[in-house]
Design a protein around this ligand. Structure first.
Ligand SMILES: [Ca+2]
Ligand SMILES: [Ca+2]
Length: 299
């Protein structure tokens, strides 16, 4: 009807020459056109509604499929941190915490959404830079550690944060060294290199331990069997001339100059080793005609 009606009306219009009738027909034509447009609009609306209904049906079908699996995938705790909450069901939250000395980068919690995807991004734990506030004074270098920091002071400065000037006589020579101090949550802890001990008025000096003095009359026995020599950060044993230190570093034993060829005996002399030295001796055998001699011992 939509297609052939206007053609038929047009035919009638050209045949009838009466102007009144023509106007009448034109009016009818307009009305029919209006009717057609209205019909077209209503058709389009119905189609739209139908599409909507199909979409709704499709959505509910997907939801039914998803309803069988209502948990989000497993969420891991961040490295150097912890995860609170075990449920992975829709509507449940997991919370994140970092170990001391670390700070959280990202959300504190994530929610298992209806789409079965966790909200937000996975957070990480970042090492807090204790040096960020530049705590070392007077040109000291800050060393960041986990949950603490330490200062390496510039020359002429000492103290935990290099706050004290060093008197020129202090740290003079290798027997006095600066300590290594760390600050953990406001508490200072200073340590010395091996062989040194904390000393000084403000406990910011490391002094060499005089092991020779300390163990001089010790019950465990003397450190050295002969002479003890104190050294920066340690000690060593020495022996008198002609003796060398034993393998354990404590005792002394005679040097065999004859065996070690550390002697100046001539060809016709015999080297005789003694404790602490050696002797060059000439062995003169009695001159007896037709007699020969055989050396039976080094002596
Ligand atoms: Ca020492
Ligand atoms: Ca000797």
């Amino acid at each position: 009807k939509k297609n052939d009606m206007p053609t038929r009306l047009f035919t009638i219009a050209t045949v009838n020459l009466c102007p009144e009738s023509r106007r009448e027909i034109q009016g009818t034509l307009k009305q029919v056109q209006k009717l057609l447009t209205a019909h077209e609009t209503s058709c389009a609306q119905s189609l739209k509604n139908l599409k909507k209904k199909i979409n709704l049906l499709q959505n509910s079908a997907t939801k039914i499929t998803r309803a069988t699996n209502t948990t989000c995938p497993k969420v891991d705790a961040p490295v150097n941190g912890r995860k609170l909450g075990k449920s992975q069901s829709v509507g449940h939250e997991v919370h994140f915490l970092c170990d001391p000395g670390y700070e959280l980068v990202g959300p504190e919690s994530r929610l298992c959404q209806e789409s079965l995807v966790w909200s937000g991004q996975q957070p990480t734990c970042r090492d807090i830079n204790e040096c960020a506030s530049s705590p070392c004074l007077n040109g000291g270098t800050c060393v960041d550690e986990v949950n603490q920091f330490s200062c390496v002071c510039a020359k002429g400065w000492a103290g935990v944060i290099c706050q004290s000037p060093v008197p020129t006589c202090e740290y003079n020579g290798p027997f006095v060294r600066p300590p290594r101090c760390t600050i953990t949550q406001g508490t200072t802890h200073c340590t010395c290199e091996p062989g040194y001990t904390i000393s000084g008025r403000d406990s910011y000096t490391c002094t060499d331990i005089d092991e020779c003095e300390l163990f001089h009359n010790g019950q465990a026995g003397r450190l050295c069997l002969h002479t003890c020599v104190n050294t920066p950060g340690g000690y060593r044993c020495t022996c008198p001339a002609g003796y060398e230190i034993t393998r354990d570093g404590r005792g002394c034993k005679d040097i065999d100059e004859c065996a070690a060829r550390q002697n100046n005996c001539s060809m016709d002399q015999t080297c005789i080793n003694t404790n602490g030295g050696f002797q060059c001796v000439r062995v003169d055998c009695p001159k007896i005609p037709n007699a020969t001699y055989v050396k039976t011992s080094p002596m």
